[in-house]
Ligand binder design. Structure first.
Ligand code: 13P
Length: 288
C-alpha cells in the first residue's frame, strides 16, 4: 500500500484532471464522519480527492481543530488527497490555513469590484506562493440557490466575463479559477442549466484549471459537459449534508431507542455513499 506522506499538490492533481478530461471532487467536511467517509470512498474507487472547509463553516468546525484531522487523514490515505481552504474571505484567514499546513487556499474576492478583487487576490497569491501554496480565486457571482425563487437563467450577463477572466488571471497569478456559469451554492429549487457555451469560451482563452462551485443538484449532463471542457475541480457540500440528514431521519423514525455510535456509523456511510456517487460522475475513479 502506497502512502502519501507528503501532501499532494493541488495544482498537480488539477492539471492531471484537466489533461485527461475528468474532475476531482472537493468535498466540504465538517466532521470526523465526513472525513472518514470521504477517504473511504476515494480509497475504494482509487480516486484523488480534495478535503476542504469554508470560512463560513468555521463556527461548526473550527479551522484549528479540523486542520490536524484533515492532514492526518490525507497523509495516511492510499490515494492522493489534497487539503484545501474553501472561500477564505481575507488575507489573514488564508495565512492561518497556510500556517496550519493546508496545501492550497481559495481567496474569495468575488464580492468586490473587479479592481479590488484583483488587488486583494494578487496579495494573497504573492504570500501563498512564497510558502509554495497554490491559490484558487473567483471571478463572477455564484449565487445562493436557497435564496433564489428559481434558478438564475445562465444568460451571458450573470456569467463570468471572458475578457475579465483573462485579465484577472494574468494580473493575479492564481493557480485555478472558480467561474460563474449559472451555478449556485445550496440546494436548487429546480435543476439549473449551466452556460456551457460560456465555459467553452473561457476554457479556450485560459490555460489553467477551472473550478465549478455549487456542485450539488447539477444535472449529470451538465457535469459531463463541465469535466470535458476545462473544469478540473467540482465543489460539493450540500449533497453530503442532505444524504446524511435523510439517513438519520430514517434511522430515528425506525428506532425508539437510537444508539449514538450507530448514528455515527451511518453518518460515515452516508458520506461515503454521496462522495462515491460524485467520484463516479466526475470520472476520477481509477485515476489515483
Ligand atoms: P454546494 O453546497 O451547492 O454543493 O456548493 C459547494 C461549494 O461550492 C462549496 O464552495
Amino acid at each position: 500500500k502506497k502512502f502519501y506522506v507528503m501532501l499532494i499538490s493541488f495544482k498537480e492533481i488539477l492539471l492531471d484532471a484537466c489533461r485527461h478530461g475528468y474532475a476531482v471532487g472537493a468535498f466540504n467536511c465538517l466532521s470526523i464522519e465526513n472525513v472518514m467517509g470521504a477517504i473511504q470512498a476515494a480509497e475504494d474507487l482509487r480516486s484523488p480527492i480534495i478535503l476542504q472547509l469554508a470560512e463560513i463553516q468555521f463556527p461548526y468546525a473550527p479551522l484549528e481543530m479540523m486542520a490536524p484531522v484533515f492532514l492526518k487523514a490525507a497523509k495516511g490515505a492510499s490515494v492522493p488527497v489534497a487539503v484545501h481552504l474553501d472561500h477564505g474571505l481575507s488575507y489573514e484567514t488564508c495565512a492561518r490555513a497556510i500556517g496550519l499546513g493546508f496545501g492550497s487556499v481559495m481567496f474569495d474576492g468575488s464580492g468586490y469590484p473587479l479592481e479590488e478583487n484583483i488587488r486583494q487576490t494578487r496579495g494573497v497569491v504573492r504570500m501563498a506562493h512564497a510558502f509554495g501554496t497554490n491559490v484558487e480565486a473567483e471571478l463572477g457571482r455564484v449565487g445562493n440557490a436557497e435564496e433564489a425563487a428559481a434558478p438564475v437563467p445562465s444568460t451571458a450577463d450573470v456569467c463570468t466575463d471572458v475578457g475579465e477572466a483573462v485579465r484577472y488571471v494574468e494580473q493575479t497569478g492564481a493557480d485555478a479559477l472558480a467561474i460563474a456559469i449559472g451555478n449556485m451554492h445550496g440546494w436548487y429549487v429546480a435543476t439549473p442549466q449551466l452556460n456551457i457555451a460560456r465555459l467553452k469560451e473561457i476554457h479556450a482563452r485560459l490555460n489553467l484549471p477551472l473550478v465549478l462551485h455549487g456542485g450539488s443538484g447539477t444535472s449529470d449532463a451538465d457535469f459531463k459537459a463541465c469535466i470535458h471542457h476545462g473544469i478540473g475541480k467540482i465543489n460539493v457540500a450540500t449533497a453530503l449534508q442532505v444524504e446524511i440528514t435523510k439517513e438519520i431521519r430514517l434511522y430515528l423514525s425506525e428506532n425508539d431507542r437510537p444508539d449514538y455510535m450507530e448514528m455515527k456509523r451511518r453518518m460515515t456511510a452516508a458520506t461515503k455513499h454521496a462522495v462515491s456517487k460524485h467520484i463516479l460522475l466526475f470520472e476520477s475513479d481509477n485515476r489515483a
